[in-house]
Write a protein that binds this ligand. Structure first.
Ligand SMILES: Cc1cc2nc3c(=O)[nH]c(=O)nc-3n(C[C@H](O)[C@H](O)[C@H](O)COP(=O)(O)OP(=O)(O)OC[C@H]3O[C@@H](n4cnc5c(N)ncnc54)[C@H](O)[C@@H]3O)c2cc1C
Length: 406
Protein backbone atom coordinates (compact mmCIF):
# COMPACT_ATOMS: atom_id res chain seq x y z
CA UNK A 1 0.00 0.00 0.00
CA UNK A 2 1.41 3.42 -1.01
CA UNK A 3 1.43 5.90 1.85
CA UNK A 4 1.28 9.20 -0.07
CA UNK A 5 -0.99 10.61 -2.80
CA UNK A 6 -1.94 13.98 -4.22
CA UNK A 7 -5.61 13.33 -3.41
CA UNK A 8 -7.34 10.78 -1.19
CA UNK A 9 -11.11 10.41 -1.56
CA UNK A 10 -13.20 8.78 1.16
CA UNK A 11 -16.29 6.94 -0.14
CA UNK A 12 -16.86 5.32 -3.54
CA UNK A 13 -20.41 6.51 -4.20
CA UNK A 14 -21.23 8.66 -7.26
CA UNK A 15 -19.57 11.74 -5.70
CA UNK A 16 -16.30 10.01 -4.81
CA UNK A 17 -15.91 8.07 -8.04
CA UNK A 18 -16.47 11.12 -10.25
CA UNK A 19 -14.05 13.19 -8.15
CA UNK A 20 -11.46 10.37 -8.42
CA UNK A 21 -11.94 10.05 -12.17
CA UNK A 22 -11.68 13.82 -12.73
CA UNK A 23 -8.55 14.27 -10.60
CA UNK A 24 -6.86 11.19 -12.12
CA UNK A 25 -7.63 12.37 -15.67
CA UNK A 26 -5.81 15.60 -14.80
CA UNK A 27 -2.71 13.55 -13.94
CA UNK A 28 -2.91 13.64 -10.12
CA UNK A 29 -2.09 10.55 -8.07
CA UNK A 30 -5.43 9.53 -6.55
CA UNK A 31 -6.61 6.97 -3.99
CA UNK A 32 -10.34 6.20 -3.66
CA UNK A 33 -11.23 4.23 -0.52
CA UNK A 34 -14.49 2.45 0.30
CA UNK A 35 -15.34 0.84 3.63
CA UNK A 36 -17.65 -1.79 2.13
CA UNK A 37 -16.33 -4.91 0.45
CA UNK A 38 -18.51 -4.33 -2.62
CA UNK A 39 -18.96 -0.91 -4.16
CA UNK A 40 -22.66 -0.04 -4.53
CA UNK A 41 -23.99 -2.77 -2.27
CA UNK A 42 -26.22 -2.59 -0.24
CA UNK A 43 -28.30 -0.08 -2.20
CA UNK A 44 -30.06 2.70 -0.33
CA UNK A 45 -31.72 4.47 -3.21
CA UNK A 46 -34.83 4.55 -5.42
CA UNK A 47 -32.36 4.83 -8.32
CA UNK A 48 -34.07 7.52 -10.41
CA UNK A 49 -31.94 10.03 -12.38
CA UNK A 50 -32.40 12.63 -15.09
CA UNK A 51 -31.12 11.45 -18.49
CA UNK A 52 -29.65 14.76 -19.60
CA UNK A 53 -27.63 15.30 -16.44
CA UNK A 54 -26.45 11.71 -16.26
CA UNK A 55 -25.02 11.90 -19.79
CA UNK A 56 -22.79 14.77 -18.74
CA UNK A 57 -20.82 12.30 -16.63
CA UNK A 58 -21.13 8.85 -18.16
CA UNK A 59 -22.46 7.28 -21.36
CA UNK A 60 -25.66 5.36 -20.48
CA UNK A 61 -25.16 1.59 -20.58
CA UNK A 62 -28.05 -0.90 -20.80
CA UNK A 63 -26.27 -3.11 -18.23
CA UNK A 64 -27.13 -0.67 -15.44
CA UNK A 65 -30.37 0.84 -16.73
CA UNK A 66 -33.53 -0.95 -15.58
CA UNK A 67 -36.17 1.38 -17.01
CA UNK A 68 -36.43 4.29 -19.41
CA UNK A 69 -39.10 6.53 -17.90
CA UNK A 70 -41.38 8.74 -20.00
CA UNK A 71 -43.10 10.69 -17.26
CA UNK A 72 -44.59 10.88 -13.78
CA UNK A 73 -48.04 10.31 -12.34
CA UNK A 74 -48.74 12.23 -9.18
CA UNK A 75 -51.67 11.09 -7.03
CA UNK A 76 -53.33 13.54 -4.63
CA UNK A 77 -54.82 12.22 -1.34
CA UNK A 78 -58.31 11.94 -2.93
CA UNK A 79 -56.89 9.92 -5.86
CA UNK A 80 -56.84 12.76 -8.44
CA UNK A 81 -53.99 12.06 -10.84
CA UNK A 82 -51.78 14.66 -12.51
CA UNK A 83 -49.64 13.31 -15.34
CA UNK A 84 -46.44 14.98 -16.45
CA UNK A 85 -44.94 13.37 -19.50
CA UNK A 86 -41.76 13.60 -21.50
CA UNK A 87 -42.87 16.34 -23.93
CA UNK A 88 -42.33 18.87 -21.14
CA UNK A 89 -38.65 18.01 -21.01
CA UNK A 90 -38.15 17.83 -24.78
CA UNK A 91 -38.41 14.04 -24.85
CA UNK A 92 -35.91 13.63 -22.03
CA UNK A 93 -37.02 12.39 -18.65
CA UNK A 94 -35.20 9.79 -16.65
CA UNK A 95 -33.74 6.38 -16.09
CA UNK A 96 -34.16 4.02 -13.19
CA UNK A 97 -30.72 2.57 -12.54
CA UNK A 98 -29.36 -0.66 -11.09
CA UNK A 99 -27.12 1.14 -8.62
CA UNK A 100 -25.20 -1.96 -7.60
CA UNK A 101 -23.83 -2.01 -11.14
CA UNK A 102 -23.89 1.74 -11.75
CA UNK A 103 -21.73 2.63 -8.72
CA UNK A 104 -19.30 -0.11 -9.68
CA UNK A 105 -19.17 1.20 -13.27
CA UNK A 106 -18.33 4.69 -11.98
CA UNK A 107 -15.54 3.33 -9.78
CA UNK A 108 -14.27 1.33 -12.75
CA UNK A 109 -14.14 4.56 -14.80
CA UNK A 110 -12.04 6.18 -12.08
CA UNK A 111 -9.69 3.18 -12.06
CA UNK A 112 -9.39 3.35 -15.86
CA UNK A 113 -8.45 7.03 -15.51
CA UNK A 114 -5.59 6.01 -13.20
CA UNK A 115 -7.04 6.19 -9.66
CA UNK A 116 -6.25 3.42 -7.19
CA UNK A 117 -9.35 1.93 -5.59
CA UNK A 118 -9.27 0.16 -2.21
CA UNK A 119 -12.33 -1.58 -0.80
CA UNK A 120 -12.76 -2.79 2.79
CA UNK A 121 -10.82 0.32 3.80
CA UNK A 122 -12.47 2.59 6.36
CA UNK A 123 -11.31 6.11 7.21
CA UNK A 124 -11.06 6.32 11.00
CA UNK A 125 -9.68 9.85 11.40
CA UNK A 126 -7.92 12.72 9.67
CA UNK A 127 -4.21 13.50 9.94
CA UNK A 128 -4.09 17.16 11.04
CA UNK A 129 -0.95 19.33 11.15
CA UNK A 130 -0.82 23.10 11.81
CA UNK A 131 -4.51 23.58 11.00
CA UNK A 132 -4.26 21.66 7.70
CA UNK A 133 -5.68 18.26 6.77
CA UNK A 134 -2.66 16.24 5.68
CA UNK A 135 -4.19 12.83 5.04
CA UNK A 136 -6.27 10.12 6.68
CA UNK A 137 -5.96 7.21 9.04
CA UNK A 138 -7.53 4.03 7.70
CA UNK A 139 -8.42 0.56 8.88
CA UNK A 140 -7.72 -2.02 6.19
CA UNK A 141 -8.14 -5.75 6.89
CA UNK A 142 -7.73 -5.23 10.62
CA UNK A 143 -4.64 -3.00 10.37
CA UNK A 144 -4.33 0.75 10.90
CA UNK A 145 -2.42 2.79 8.31
CA UNK A 146 -1.62 6.48 7.79
CA UNK A 147 -2.08 7.75 4.24
CA UNK A 148 -0.82 11.25 3.53
CA UNK A 149 -2.37 13.50 0.88
CA UNK A 150 -2.20 17.11 -0.27
CA UNK A 151 -6.00 17.16 -0.39
CA UNK A 152 -8.62 14.90 1.20
CA UNK A 153 -12.09 14.81 -0.35
CA UNK A 154 -14.89 13.64 1.95
CA UNK A 155 -17.49 11.75 -0.11
CA UNK A 156 -18.64 9.56 2.76
CA UNK A 157 -22.37 10.02 2.28
CA UNK A 158 -25.19 10.91 4.62
CA UNK A 159 -23.44 9.42 7.68
CA UNK A 160 -20.29 11.50 6.92
CA UNK A 161 -17.75 12.00 9.68
CA UNK A 162 -15.00 13.60 7.60
CA UNK A 163 -16.50 17.12 7.83
CA UNK A 164 -16.97 16.90 11.59
CA UNK A 165 -13.39 15.68 12.08
CA UNK A 166 -12.21 18.81 10.22
CA UNK A 167 -14.37 21.09 12.37
CA UNK A 168 -17.13 21.65 9.77
CA UNK A 169 -20.69 21.60 11.12
CA UNK A 170 -22.59 19.00 9.07
CA UNK A 171 -25.03 18.06 11.83
CA UNK A 172 -28.65 17.45 10.82
CA UNK A 173 -31.73 18.00 12.96
CA UNK A 174 -34.64 15.53 12.61
CA UNK A 175 -36.48 18.08 10.41
CA UNK A 176 -33.44 18.12 8.08
CA UNK A 177 -33.53 14.40 7.33
CA UNK A 178 -36.00 12.50 5.18
CA UNK A 179 -36.16 9.02 6.71
CA UNK A 180 -36.81 6.44 4.03
CA UNK A 181 -37.85 2.82 3.73
CA UNK A 182 -38.13 0.93 0.48
CA UNK A 183 -39.07 -2.49 -0.88
CA UNK A 184 -38.13 -3.97 -4.22
CA UNK A 185 -41.43 -5.58 -5.19
CA UNK A 186 -42.77 -7.77 -7.95
CA UNK A 187 -46.36 -7.80 -9.16
CA UNK A 188 -47.45 -4.19 -8.53
CA UNK A 189 -48.78 -4.04 -12.11
CA UNK A 190 -47.57 -0.46 -12.45
CA UNK A 191 -47.04 1.08 -15.89
CA UNK A 192 -43.29 0.66 -16.42
CA UNK A 193 -43.13 3.88 -18.46
CA UNK A 194 -43.97 6.07 -15.47
CA UNK A 195 -42.83 6.92 -11.96
CA UNK A 196 -45.71 7.19 -9.48
CA UNK A 197 -45.84 9.59 -6.54
CA UNK A 198 -48.53 9.45 -3.83
CA UNK A 199 -49.05 12.51 -1.64
CA UNK A 200 -51.01 13.01 1.57
CA UNK A 201 -50.40 13.59 5.23
CA UNK A 202 -51.95 10.24 6.19
CA UNK A 203 -49.90 8.40 3.54
CA UNK A 204 -46.53 10.10 4.10
CA UNK A 205 -46.45 13.11 6.45
CA UNK A 206 -44.30 15.88 4.91
CA UNK A 207 -43.10 13.43 2.29
CA UNK A 208 -44.37 11.04 -0.33
CA UNK A 209 -44.57 7.42 -1.45
CA UNK A 210 -42.88 6.52 -4.72
CA UNK A 211 -43.09 3.64 -7.18
CA UNK A 212 -40.17 3.56 -9.62
CA UNK A 213 -40.24 0.89 -12.37
CA UNK A 214 -37.32 -1.54 -12.38
CA UNK A 215 -38.12 -3.53 -15.54
CA UNK A 216 -40.26 -6.67 -16.00
CA UNK A 217 -42.86 -6.41 -13.27
CA UNK A 218 -40.43 -5.11 -10.66
CA UNK A 219 -40.63 -1.76 -8.88
CA UNK A 220 -38.94 0.16 -6.10
CA UNK A 221 -41.77 1.01 -3.71
CA UNK A 222 -40.61 3.42 -1.05
CA UNK A 223 -41.46 6.22 1.30
CA UNK A 224 -39.70 9.26 2.67
CA UNK A 225 -41.05 11.22 5.63
CA UNK A 226 -39.45 14.06 7.53
CA UNK A 227 -37.54 12.84 10.59
CA UNK A 228 -39.48 15.36 12.71
CA UNK A 229 -42.76 13.63 11.71
CA UNK A 230 -41.57 10.20 12.77
CA UNK A 231 -43.09 9.63 16.23
CA UNK A 232 -44.69 6.38 17.30
CA UNK A 233 -45.03 5.45 13.66
CA UNK A 234 -41.91 5.01 11.54
CA UNK A 235 -41.40 5.25 7.77
CA UNK A 236 -41.63 1.47 7.46
CA UNK A 237 -45.05 1.44 9.24
CA UNK A 238 -46.43 3.99 6.78
CA UNK A 239 -44.98 2.00 3.88
CA UNK A 240 -46.54 -1.26 5.09
CA UNK A 241 -49.94 0.43 5.44
CA UNK A 242 -49.66 1.89 1.94
CA UNK A 243 -48.64 -1.41 0.34
CA UNK A 244 -51.35 -3.41 2.12
CA UNK A 245 -54.00 -0.93 0.99
CA UNK A 246 -52.85 -0.30 -2.60
CA UNK A 247 -50.76 -3.29 -3.73
CA UNK A 248 -51.82 -6.17 -1.46
CA UNK A 249 -50.81 -8.89 -3.95
CA UNK A 250 -47.31 -7.57 -4.68
CA UNK A 251 -44.36 -9.52 -3.23
CA UNK A 252 -41.37 -8.11 -1.36
CA UNK A 253 -37.96 -9.18 -2.73
CA UNK A 254 -35.63 -6.75 -0.99
CA UNK A 255 -35.80 -4.08 1.68
CA UNK A 256 -33.66 -1.09 2.51
CA UNK A 257 -33.80 1.87 4.85
CA UNK A 258 -31.79 5.07 4.90
CA UNK A 259 -31.77 8.81 5.34
CA UNK A 260 -31.54 11.69 2.91
CA UNK A 261 -30.33 15.13 3.99
CA UNK A 262 -32.95 17.75 3.05
CA UNK A 263 -31.51 20.63 5.06
CA UNK A 264 -30.61 22.83 2.11
CA UNK A 265 -27.10 24.17 1.73
CA UNK A 266 -24.82 24.19 4.76
CA UNK A 267 -22.55 27.09 5.65
CA UNK A 268 -19.17 25.62 4.82
CA UNK A 269 -17.90 22.64 2.82
CA UNK A 270 -14.13 23.29 2.82
CA UNK A 271 -11.26 23.43 5.28
CA UNK A 272 -7.51 23.73 4.70
CA UNK A 273 -6.66 20.66 2.59
CA UNK A 274 -10.24 19.35 2.55
CA UNK A 275 -13.43 19.46 0.46
CA UNK A 276 -16.79 17.78 1.13
CA UNK A 277 -18.96 16.56 -1.75
CA UNK A 278 -22.33 14.87 -2.31
CA UNK A 279 -24.45 13.80 0.65
CA UNK A 280 -21.45 14.48 2.93
CA UNK A 281 -21.85 18.15 1.94
CA UNK A 282 -25.68 17.90 2.24
CA UNK A 283 -26.09 18.57 -1.50
CA UNK A 284 -29.21 16.47 -2.17
CA UNK A 285 -32.41 18.14 -3.34
CA UNK A 286 -34.73 19.05 -0.43
CA UNK A 287 -37.92 18.35 -2.43
CA UNK A 288 -37.16 15.08 -4.19
CA UNK A 289 -34.35 13.81 -1.96
CA UNK A 290 -32.46 13.10 -5.20
CA UNK A 291 -28.73 13.37 -4.72
CA UNK A 292 -27.01 11.25 -7.37
CA UNK A 293 -26.63 13.96 -10.02
CA UNK A 294 -25.67 16.70 -7.55
CA UNK A 295 -23.11 14.34 -6.05
CA UNK A 296 -21.59 13.75 -9.50
CA UNK A 297 -21.61 17.46 -10.34
CA UNK A 298 -19.89 18.33 -7.06
CA UNK A 299 -17.42 15.45 -7.55
CA UNK A 300 -16.38 16.85 -10.92
CA UNK A 301 -15.93 20.36 -9.55
CA UNK A 302 -13.92 19.11 -6.57
CA UNK A 303 -11.65 17.02 -8.83
CA UNK A 304 -10.96 20.06 -11.02
CA UNK A 305 -10.40 22.39 -8.08
CA UNK A 306 -8.05 19.86 -6.45
CA UNK A 307 -5.95 19.93 -9.61
CA UNK A 308 -5.92 23.76 -9.77
CA UNK A 309 -4.99 24.09 -6.10
CA UNK A 310 -2.23 21.45 -6.17
CA UNK A 311 -0.80 22.95 -9.39
CA UNK A 312 -0.55 26.33 -7.65
CA UNK A 313 0.93 24.75 -4.51
CA UNK A 314 -1.85 26.25 -2.35
CA UNK A 315 -4.40 23.91 -0.76
CA UNK A 316 -5.62 26.40 1.84
CA UNK A 317 -9.25 27.51 2.00
CA UNK A 318 -8.22 30.52 -0.15
CA UNK A 319 -7.57 28.22 -3.09
CA UNK A 320 -10.42 25.78 -2.33
CA UNK A 321 -12.86 28.69 -2.23
CA UNK A 322 -13.16 28.11 -5.99
CA UNK A 323 -15.03 24.85 -5.25
CA UNK A 324 -17.27 26.55 -2.69
CA UNK A 325 -18.14 29.32 -5.17
CA UNK A 326 -18.74 27.05 -8.16
CA UNK A 327 -21.04 24.57 -6.46
CA UNK A 328 -23.06 27.26 -4.67
CA UNK A 329 -23.67 29.14 -7.93
CA UNK A 330 -24.90 26.01 -9.71
CA UNK A 331 -26.36 23.18 -7.64
CA UNK A 332 -26.48 25.35 -4.51
CA UNK A 333 -28.83 27.78 -6.24
CA UNK A 334 -31.20 24.90 -7.17
CA UNK A 335 -31.02 23.45 -3.65
CA UNK A 336 -31.90 26.79 -2.02
CA UNK A 337 -34.91 27.22 -4.31
CA UNK A 338 -36.04 23.64 -3.67
CA UNK A 339 -35.89 24.28 0.06
CA UNK A 340 -38.35 27.19 -0.30
CA UNK A 341 -40.74 24.99 -2.29
CA UNK A 342 -40.35 22.10 0.18
CA UNK A 343 -41.09 24.31 3.19
CA UNK A 344 -44.19 25.66 1.43
CA UNK A 345 -45.59 22.31 0.30
CA UNK A 346 -44.89 20.35 3.47
CA UNK A 347 -47.18 22.82 5.29
CA UNK A 348 -50.09 21.97 2.94
CA UNK A 349 -53.17 20.20 4.25
CA UNK A 350 -54.60 17.27 2.27
CA UNK A 351 -57.45 19.57 1.22
CA UNK A 352 -54.98 22.05 -0.26
CA UNK A 353 -53.08 19.30 -2.11
CA UNK A 354 -56.38 18.00 -3.54
CA UNK A 355 -57.41 21.46 -4.70
CA UNK A 356 -54.01 21.96 -6.37
CA UNK A 357 -54.34 18.61 -8.13
CA UNK A 358 -57.88 19.46 -9.32
CA UNK A 359 -56.66 22.64 -10.98
CA UNK A 360 -53.79 20.79 -12.70
CA UNK A 361 -55.71 17.61 -13.62
CA UNK A 362 -55.76 17.00 -17.37
CA UNK A 363 -53.52 20.00 -18.01
CA UNK A 364 -51.21 19.70 -21.02
CA UNK A 365 -48.02 20.99 -19.42
CA UNK A 366 -46.10 21.05 -22.71
CA UNK A 367 -48.34 23.80 -24.14
CA UNK A 368 -48.66 25.69 -20.87
CA UNK A 369 -46.90 29.01 -20.44
CA UNK A 370 -45.46 30.03 -17.09
CA UNK A 371 -48.33 32.49 -16.72
CA UNK A 372 -50.91 29.72 -17.31
CA UNK A 373 -49.20 27.64 -14.65
CA UNK A 374 -49.13 30.53 -12.19
CA UNK A 375 -52.83 31.15 -12.84
CA UNK A 376 -53.66 27.48 -12.20
CA UNK A 377 -51.66 27.55 -8.97
CA UNK A 378 -53.32 30.81 -7.92
CA UNK A 379 -56.77 29.33 -8.56
CA UNK A 380 -55.91 26.36 -6.38
CA UNK A 381 -54.40 28.25 -3.52
CA UNK A 382 -54.16 32.02 -3.38
CA UNK A 383 -51.66 31.90 -0.54
CA UNK A 384 -49.29 29.73 -2.56
CA UNK A 385 -47.92 32.47 -4.77
CA UNK A 386 -47.32 34.66 -1.75
CA UNK A 387 -45.48 31.80 0.00
CA UNK A 388 -43.33 31.26 -3.08
CA UNK A 389 -42.52 34.95 -3.61
CA UNK A 390 -38.89 34.48 -2.46
CA UNK A 391 -38.50 31.74 -5.03
CA UNK A 392 -39.74 33.98 -7.85
CA UNK A 393 -37.44 36.76 -6.63
CA UNK A 394 -34.49 34.33 -6.72
CA UNK A 395 -35.35 33.17 -10.23
CA UNK A 396 -35.66 36.73 -11.56
CA UNK A 397 -32.37 37.73 -9.87
CA UNK A 398 -30.64 34.65 -11.31
CA UNK A 399 -31.91 35.42 -14.83
CA UNK A 400 -30.75 39.06 -14.53
CA UNK A 401 -27.31 38.02 -13.20
CA UNK A 402 -27.05 35.44 -15.98
CA UNK A 403 -27.85 38.06 -18.67
CA UNK A 404 -25.37 40.51 -17.11
CA UNK A 405 -22.54 37.92 -16.95
CA UNK A 406 -23.09 36.70 -20.54
C1 LIG B 1 -34.27 5.38 0.18
C2 LIG B 1 -33.51 6.37 -0.65
C3 LIG B 1 -33.92 6.63 -1.93
C4 LIG B 1 -33.20 7.52 -2.74
N1 LIG B 1 -33.59 7.71 -4.03
C5 LIG B 1 -32.88 8.51 -4.85
C6 LIG B 1 -33.23 8.65 -6.22
O1 LIG B 1 -34.18 8.02 -6.72
N2 LIG B 1 -32.49 9.48 -6.99
C7 LIG B 1 -31.43 10.17 -6.49
O2 LIG B 1 -30.79 10.94 -7.25
N3 LIG B 1 -31.06 10.04 -5.19
C8 LIG B 1 -31.75 9.22 -4.37
N4 LIG B 1 -31.36 9.06 -3.06
C9 LIG B 1 -30.19 9.79 -2.58
C10 LIG B 1 -28.91 9.18 -3.14
O3 LIG B 1 -28.86 7.82 -2.82
C11 LIG B 1 -27.69 9.92 -2.57
O4 LIG B 1 -27.91 11.31 -2.66
C12 LIG B 1 -26.41 9.58 -3.31
O5 LIG B 1 -26.09 8.22 -3.17
C13 LIG B 1 -25.27 10.43 -2.77
O6 LIG B 1 -24.06 10.00 -3.33
P1 LIG B 1 -22.71 10.16 -2.49
O7 LIG B 1 -21.63 9.65 -3.37
O8 LIG B 1 -22.62 11.52 -1.93
O9 LIG B 1 -22.91 9.20 -1.22
P2 LIG B 1 -23.15 7.63 -1.14
O10 LIG B 1 -23.71 7.10 -2.39
O11 LIG B 1 -23.89 7.40 0.13
O12 LIG B 1 -21.68 7.05 -1.00
C14 LIG B 1 -20.92 7.23 0.17
C15 LIG B 1 -19.95 6.06 0.28
O13 LIG B 1 -19.02 6.34 1.33
C16 LIG B 1 -18.75 5.12 2.01
N5 LIG B 1 -18.21 5.48 3.33
C17 LIG B 1 -18.89 6.05 4.35
N6 LIG B 1 -18.06 6.25 5.40
C18 LIG B 1 -16.83 5.78 5.02
C19 LIG B 1 -15.56 5.72 5.67
N7 LIG B 1 -15.40 6.15 6.94
N8 LIG B 1 -14.52 5.18 5.00
C20 LIG B 1 -14.68 4.72 3.72
N9 LIG B 1 -15.86 4.75 3.05
C21 LIG B 1 -16.93 5.29 3.70
C22 LIG B 1 -20.11 4.44 2.04
O14 LIG B 1 -19.97 3.05 2.28
C23 LIG B 1 -20.64 4.75 0.65
O15 LIG B 1 -20.30 3.77 -0.28
C24 LIG B 1 -32.05 8.17 -2.22
C25 LIG B 1 -31.64 7.92 -0.92
C26 LIG B 1 -32.35 7.03 -0.13
C27 LIG B 1 -31.88 6.74 1.26
Amino acid sequence: MKSEYDVVIVGAGPAGSIAAKTAAQKGLSVLLIEKRQEIGDPVRCAEGVSKIWLRKHIEPDHRWICADVKGSRIFAPDGTMVEMSEEIAGGEVGYVLERKLFDRALAYESAKAGAEVMVKTRATDLIMENGFVKGIKVMHLGELHDIRAKIVIGADGVESKIGRWAGIDTSLKPKDIETCAQYLMSGTGMDQDYCYFYLGNDIAPAGYVWLFPKGGDLANVGIGILGSESGEKHAIDYLNEFVQKNYPDAKILEMDVGGVPVSGTIEKTIANGLMLIGDAARQSDPITGGGIINAMEAGKMAGEVAYNAISKGDVSTNALQEYEKRWRESIGYEIDNSLIVKDTFTAFTDKEINSLAHSLEGVNFSSMSLLDLLYALFKANKKLLWDLRVLFKNVVKYELDFERDK
